[in-house]
Design a protein around this ligand. Structure first.
Ligand code: ZN
Length: 280
Protein backbone atom coordinates (compact mmCIF):
# COMPACT_ATOMS: atom_id res chain seq x y z
CA UNK A 1 0.00 0.00 0.00
CA UNK A 2 1.05 3.59 -0.50
CA UNK A 3 -0.66 6.65 0.95
CA UNK A 4 -1.06 9.99 -0.80
CA UNK A 5 -1.37 12.71 1.85
CA UNK A 6 -2.80 15.35 -0.48
CA UNK A 7 -4.73 15.16 -3.75
CA UNK A 8 -7.76 16.55 -5.56
CA UNK A 9 -9.43 13.43 -7.00
CA UNK A 10 -12.39 15.35 -8.46
CA UNK A 11 -10.13 17.68 -10.45
CA UNK A 12 -8.00 14.71 -11.46
CA UNK A 13 -11.06 12.81 -12.72
CA UNK A 14 -11.90 15.72 -15.03
CA UNK A 15 -8.53 15.20 -16.76
CA UNK A 16 -8.24 11.43 -16.37
CA UNK A 17 -11.74 9.92 -16.30
CA UNK A 18 -10.51 6.48 -15.17
CA UNK A 19 -8.41 7.88 -12.31
CA UNK A 20 -10.49 6.35 -9.49
CA UNK A 21 -10.31 2.91 -11.11
CA UNK A 22 -6.53 3.38 -11.31
CA UNK A 23 -6.40 4.34 -7.62
CA UNK A 24 -8.43 1.30 -6.57
CA UNK A 25 -6.36 -1.02 -8.74
CA UNK A 26 -3.08 0.34 -7.38
CA UNK A 27 -4.28 0.36 -3.76
CA UNK A 28 -3.31 3.97 -3.04
CA UNK A 29 -4.99 5.51 0.02
CA UNK A 30 -5.47 9.24 -0.24
CA UNK A 31 -6.52 12.36 1.62
CA UNK A 32 -8.92 14.01 -0.82
CA UNK A 33 -9.34 17.80 -0.79
CA UNK A 34 -12.47 19.67 -1.77
CA UNK A 35 -13.87 23.15 -1.34
CA UNK A 36 -17.45 23.15 -2.64
CA UNK A 37 -20.53 21.06 -1.97
CA UNK A 38 -20.71 19.39 -5.36
CA UNK A 39 -17.07 18.35 -5.25
CA UNK A 40 -17.45 17.08 -1.69
CA UNK A 41 -20.50 14.95 -2.48
CA UNK A 42 -18.70 13.46 -5.47
CA UNK A 43 -15.77 12.47 -3.23
CA UNK A 44 -18.13 11.16 -0.58
CA UNK A 45 -19.60 8.77 -3.19
CA UNK A 46 -16.11 7.60 -4.22
CA UNK A 47 -15.08 7.08 -0.60
CA UNK A 48 -18.23 5.06 0.15
CA UNK A 49 -17.79 2.94 -3.00
CA UNK A 50 -14.14 2.25 -2.15
CA UNK A 51 -15.08 1.25 1.37
CA UNK A 52 -17.91 -1.02 0.22
CA UNK A 53 -15.50 -2.75 -2.16
CA UNK A 54 -12.85 -3.17 0.55
CA UNK A 55 -10.62 -0.81 -1.43
CA UNK A 56 -8.05 1.74 -0.26
CA UNK A 57 -9.41 4.47 2.01
CA UNK A 58 -10.20 7.97 0.83
CA UNK A 59 -10.04 10.49 3.69
CA UNK A 60 -12.46 13.34 3.04
CA UNK A 61 -11.03 16.82 3.58
CA UNK A 62 -12.92 20.06 3.11
CA UNK A 63 -11.82 23.67 3.41
CA UNK A 64 -11.70 27.14 1.90
CA UNK A 65 -8.47 27.24 -0.13
CA UNK A 66 -6.44 30.38 0.66
CA UNK A 67 -6.32 31.33 -3.04
CA UNK A 68 -10.10 31.46 -3.18
CA UNK A 69 -10.71 34.94 -1.71
CA UNK A 70 -8.62 36.47 -4.51
CA UNK A 71 -11.16 35.25 -7.07
CA UNK A 72 -14.40 34.82 -5.10
CA UNK A 73 -14.64 35.87 -1.46
CA UNK A 74 -18.33 34.92 -1.33
CA UNK A 75 -17.52 31.35 -2.38
CA UNK A 76 -14.76 31.21 0.24
CA UNK A 77 -17.16 32.27 2.99
CA UNK A 78 -19.78 29.78 1.81
CA UNK A 79 -17.09 27.09 1.95
CA UNK A 80 -16.42 27.90 5.60
CA UNK A 81 -20.13 27.75 6.40
CA UNK A 82 -20.39 24.35 4.68
CA UNK A 83 -17.26 23.18 6.49
CA UNK A 84 -19.03 23.91 9.78
CA UNK A 85 -22.01 21.80 8.69
CA UNK A 86 -19.92 18.87 7.43
CA UNK A 87 -17.76 18.88 10.54
CA UNK A 88 -20.79 18.97 12.85
CA UNK A 89 -22.37 16.09 10.94
CA UNK A 90 -19.22 13.95 11.32
CA UNK A 91 -18.71 13.68 7.56
CA UNK A 92 -15.05 14.77 7.53
CA UNK A 93 -11.70 13.14 8.08
CA UNK A 94 -9.85 16.47 8.14
CA UNK A 95 -10.20 20.21 7.63
CA UNK A 96 -8.36 21.62 4.62
CA UNK A 97 -6.64 22.53 2.64
CA UNK A 98 -6.63 25.82 4.52
CA UNK A 99 -3.90 28.30 5.31
CA UNK A 100 -2.16 31.20 3.65
CA UNK A 101 -0.97 31.90 0.13
CA UNK A 102 1.18 35.03 -0.07
CA UNK A 103 2.95 34.02 -3.26
CA UNK A 104 2.25 37.14 -5.31
CA UNK A 105 0.77 40.63 -4.97
CA UNK A 106 -2.71 39.48 -5.97
CA UNK A 107 -2.84 36.92 -3.18
CA UNK A 108 -1.07 39.18 -0.68
CA UNK A 109 -3.82 41.77 -1.21
CA UNK A 110 -6.28 39.34 0.40
CA UNK A 111 -4.22 38.58 3.51
CA UNK A 112 -6.88 40.04 5.82
CA UNK A 113 -9.58 37.86 4.25
CA UNK A 114 -7.29 34.82 4.33
CA UNK A 115 -6.77 35.47 8.05
CA UNK A 116 -10.50 35.68 8.72
CA UNK A 117 -11.14 32.43 6.83
CA UNK A 118 -8.23 30.61 8.41
CA UNK A 119 -9.18 31.53 11.96
CA UNK A 120 -12.76 30.33 11.41
CA UNK A 121 -11.47 27.05 10.00
CA UNK A 122 -9.05 26.57 12.89
CA UNK A 123 -11.94 27.00 15.28
CA UNK A 124 -14.01 24.40 13.43
CA UNK A 125 -11.11 21.94 13.41
CA UNK A 126 -10.60 22.50 17.13
CA UNK A 127 -14.32 22.16 17.93
CA UNK A 128 -14.65 18.91 15.98
CA UNK A 129 -11.20 17.62 17.02
CA UNK A 130 -10.15 17.15 13.39
CA UNK A 131 -6.69 17.16 11.83
CA UNK A 132 -5.84 20.14 9.63
CA UNK A 133 -4.21 20.08 6.18
CA UNK A 134 -2.20 23.28 5.88
CA UNK A 135 -1.37 25.08 2.64
CA UNK A 136 1.38 27.67 3.16
CA UNK A 137 3.08 29.50 0.32
CA UNK A 138 5.58 32.26 1.23
CA UNK A 139 3.77 32.04 4.56
CA UNK A 140 5.80 29.70 6.77
CA UNK A 141 5.85 32.43 9.48
CA UNK A 142 2.09 31.88 9.92
CA UNK A 143 2.72 28.36 11.21
CA UNK A 144 4.60 29.98 14.08
CA UNK A 145 2.13 32.79 14.75
CA UNK A 146 -0.59 30.13 15.09
CA UNK A 147 1.53 27.41 16.69
CA UNK A 148 -0.38 27.49 19.99
CA UNK A 149 -3.65 26.87 18.15
CA UNK A 150 -2.07 24.22 15.94
CA UNK A 151 -0.73 22.42 19.01
CA UNK A 152 -4.32 21.89 20.20
CA UNK A 153 -5.29 19.94 17.08
CA UNK A 154 -4.93 16.16 16.88
CA UNK A 155 -2.53 16.53 13.92
CA UNK A 156 -1.37 19.06 11.34
CA UNK A 157 -0.30 18.02 7.83
CA UNK A 158 1.91 20.61 6.13
CA UNK A 159 1.18 19.84 2.52
CA UNK A 160 3.98 20.35 -0.02
CA UNK A 161 6.11 21.36 2.95
CA UNK A 162 7.54 24.79 2.14
CA UNK A 163 9.81 25.36 5.14
CA UNK A 164 13.33 24.49 6.24
CA UNK A 165 14.51 21.55 8.33
CA UNK A 166 15.04 23.91 11.26
CA UNK A 167 11.50 25.31 11.03
CA UNK A 168 10.06 21.80 11.00
CA UNK A 169 12.05 20.90 14.12
CA UNK A 170 10.93 24.12 15.83
CA UNK A 171 7.26 23.38 15.15
CA UNK A 172 7.61 19.92 16.67
CA UNK A 173 9.34 21.47 19.71
CA UNK A 174 6.37 23.78 20.14
CA UNK A 175 4.19 20.74 20.60
CA UNK A 176 2.52 20.73 17.19
CA UNK A 177 1.80 17.13 16.12
CA UNK A 178 3.09 18.04 12.68
CA UNK A 179 3.59 15.84 9.65
CA UNK A 180 5.57 17.11 6.69
CA UNK A 181 4.34 16.09 3.28
CA UNK A 182 6.60 16.05 0.24
CA UNK A 183 5.55 15.83 -3.38
CA UNK A 184 7.13 15.96 -6.78
CA UNK A 185 9.29 18.93 -5.68
CA UNK A 186 11.77 16.49 -4.12
CA UNK A 187 12.20 14.89 -7.54
CA UNK A 188 12.53 18.32 -9.17
CA UNK A 189 15.64 19.55 -7.39
CA UNK A 190 14.06 21.90 -4.83
CA UNK A 191 16.99 22.14 -2.39
CA UNK A 192 15.16 23.23 0.76
CA UNK A 193 12.49 20.52 0.46
CA UNK A 194 15.18 17.94 -0.33
CA UNK A 195 17.16 18.78 2.78
CA UNK A 196 14.12 18.70 5.09
CA UNK A 197 12.95 15.46 3.55
CA UNK A 198 16.38 13.85 3.90
CA UNK A 199 16.94 14.78 7.54
CA UNK A 200 13.58 14.92 9.36
CA UNK A 201 12.59 11.96 11.58
CA UNK A 202 11.24 9.26 9.24
CA UNK A 203 8.02 8.98 11.27
CA UNK A 204 7.15 12.59 10.49
CA UNK A 205 7.23 12.23 6.70
CA UNK A 206 4.31 11.95 4.32
CA UNK A 207 4.25 11.77 0.52
CA UNK A 208 1.76 13.35 -1.86
CA UNK A 209 0.99 13.96 -5.52
CA UNK A 210 -1.28 17.04 -5.13
CA UNK A 211 -2.86 15.42 -8.20
CA UNK A 212 -3.44 16.86 -10.72
CA UNK A 213 -1.53 20.03 -9.74
CA UNK A 214 2.15 19.06 -9.31
CA UNK A 215 3.26 17.48 -12.58
CA UNK A 216 6.73 16.06 -13.02
CA UNK A 217 8.76 17.64 -15.81
CA UNK A 218 7.29 17.07 -19.25
CA UNK A 219 3.89 15.97 -17.90
CA UNK A 220 0.49 17.66 -18.03
CA UNK A 221 -0.62 16.73 -14.56
CA UNK A 222 0.34 14.61 -11.57
CA UNK A 223 -1.47 11.37 -10.83
CA UNK A 224 -1.42 8.37 -8.48
CA UNK A 225 1.43 6.66 -10.31
CA UNK A 226 3.74 9.57 -9.44
CA UNK A 227 3.67 8.55 -5.80
CA UNK A 228 6.19 5.82 -6.72
CA UNK A 229 8.58 8.44 -8.12
CA UNK A 230 8.20 10.60 -5.00
CA UNK A 231 8.83 7.62 -2.69
CA UNK A 232 11.91 6.65 -4.73
CA UNK A 233 13.23 10.23 -4.58
CA UNK A 234 12.70 10.39 -0.81
CA UNK A 235 14.49 7.06 -0.34
CA UNK A 236 17.45 8.21 -2.48
CA UNK A 237 17.79 11.43 -0.47
CA UNK A 238 17.66 9.54 2.84
CA UNK A 239 20.17 6.96 1.65
CA UNK A 240 22.55 9.72 0.58
CA UNK A 241 22.17 11.41 3.97
CA UNK A 242 22.72 8.09 5.79
CA UNK A 243 19.32 8.30 7.50
CA UNK A 244 16.64 5.68 8.18
CA UNK A 245 14.42 5.19 5.14
CA UNK A 246 17.09 4.64 2.52
CA UNK A 247 15.00 2.05 0.68
CA UNK A 248 11.72 2.68 -1.12
CA UNK A 249 9.93 -0.10 0.79
CA UNK A 250 10.92 1.50 4.11
CA UNK A 251 9.68 4.93 3.01
CA UNK A 252 6.42 3.42 1.80
CA UNK A 253 5.83 1.61 5.11
CA UNK A 254 6.80 4.64 7.20
CA UNK A 255 4.64 7.09 5.24
CA UNK A 256 1.70 4.63 5.39
CA UNK A 257 2.04 4.53 9.18
CA UNK A 258 2.36 8.31 9.37
CA UNK A 259 -0.75 8.69 7.19
CA UNK A 260 -2.73 6.45 9.56
CA UNK A 261 -1.42 8.40 12.54
CA UNK A 262 -2.06 11.84 11.07
CA UNK A 263 -5.61 11.06 9.95
CA UNK A 264 -6.50 8.79 12.88
CA UNK A 265 -7.07 5.65 10.80
CA UNK A 266 -6.72 1.99 11.84
CA UNK A 267 -8.28 2.79 15.20
CA UNK A 268 -5.34 4.88 16.41
CA UNK A 269 -6.04 8.25 18.00
CA UNK A 270 -3.98 10.60 15.84
CA UNK A 271 -2.20 12.43 18.63
CA UNK A 272 -1.24 9.35 20.64
CA UNK A 273 0.10 7.39 17.66
CA UNK A 274 1.75 10.47 16.17
CA UNK A 275 3.72 11.18 19.30
CA UNK A 276 4.96 7.62 19.61
CA UNK A 277 6.37 7.77 16.06
CA UNK A 278 8.35 10.95 16.68
CA UNK A 279 11.69 9.19 16.27
CA UNK A 280 13.10 7.50 13.20
ZN1 ZN B 1 -3.71 21.02 -3.23
Amino acid sequence: MASDAHAHPRDLSLREPDSEAVRLASGVRCAASSWNGEEFRYLERLAAAAEAAGGPAMVLCFGAHPQLPASDLGAARRAVALLGEFAAAGRLGAVGEAGFDLFDAGYRATEAEQTELFESQLEIARGADLPLVLHLRRAMHKAFSYSRDLARLPAVVLHSYPGTLREAEDLLKRGVNAYFSFGTTVALNHKRAMEACALLPLGRLLVETDAPYQPLRGRECSSWGDLRAVIAAVAALRAEAGRAGGAAAEVEAATDAAFSAAFGLDGGAPSAEGKSSARG
